[in-house]
Write a protein that binds this ligand. Sequence first.
Ligand code: AMP
Length: 389
Amino acid sequence: MTFLRMSELDLTNKRVLIREDLNVPLAAGEVSNDTRIRAALPTLARALETASQVIVMSHLGRPSEGVAVAEQPEFSLAPVARQLSQLLNREIPLISDYLGGSMDIGSERLVMLENVRVNLGEKSNNAGLAKAYAKLCDVFVMDAFGTAHRAQASTHGVAEFARTACAGPLLAGELDALERSLASPERPMLAIVGGAKVSSKLEVLNNLAGIVDQLIVGGGIANTFLLAKGFNIGQSLCEPGLVATATALMARTHIPLPTDVVVAKSFRGDAEATVKSVADLADDDLILDIGPESCESLAVLIGESSTLLWNGPMGVFEFDRFAGGTRRLARAIADSRGFSLAGGGETIAAIDKFGITESVSYISTGGGAFLEYVQGIELPAVAMLKSRG
Ligand code: AMP
């Protein structure tokens, strides 16, 4: 891919501005999960080896634009700066006053800027704001894959105006993994797309149908495909308006459907779970998971694939009685010798729940950005880096 990488640059005596995604969950004013902060550490450490100053910027939550952090302190990056200070064992000043005339961000080697989303013009990618960010540095490093699908001043505009703009190791790693899976996959290539609705993954399914050798569908999504095949799916979640779309997708690529399912009479965690053949459903049945026979045949397909892309659960995995399908396929993905890439919020929750984090080749950190990439959309921040590269 034709963009400049931070690893290709000599940062000696340079002021380096790094956009990270440090939008972490907080509880009682402290960071409750620091995964994203830890993920950024290698980038920061590498830049600190030679740069004269490393300036980290990020957003946190959705504050009001144009309102100072002092007036909405729940959106301050102070807890993140404290956690980062602890992890790096050094004091990291958090700078609020970094725009406008003075732009005095001190001479510390590593500083953090307050939440970029309070700056007027951040979301609209205002050129004046982007230029103000660019003035802070000699080199701009875009390392926030999770926000690469947004053209905002701190993710896109700044890269246009900075003297040099490049991709950081985290962003480059994500793009390399995605390219390996989608642009030049080792075959056979298999995608597993689960989740609630076809409509929310329509573009994902469309794009993948043109790339993969096989496409496993699961969760509520599979129900619409079963309906398209003429099965009675009872009261299961489905989208009758997308039956024609499901039929068209099945004509384009091989989509193995579940042959058995786990059903209940109500959408509850304590509802009685019954395994049934897809041909035997009653009018009041609700499909809440794929069945054991389907799991085993899909696990074989997973085992035979050289490239795997996974997004979305196979059933209502939040309820233990209906988590079996997602658990079994997660295990098959973990055991696979192929290259596996997984992404999306619910998918990462499932990976955590079933303890397979270490066994997936690459877990994407970007929910929306991951899905947009898988839809075949060029991410604006990446397009900008390419144009600068
Ligand atoms: P998504 O955000 O589209 O990936 O959807 C994830 C959600 O789909 C999870 O919260 C699951 O509980 C839900 N889901 C999976 N399978 C089914 C199903 N068969 N019926 C209803 N909801 C489902």
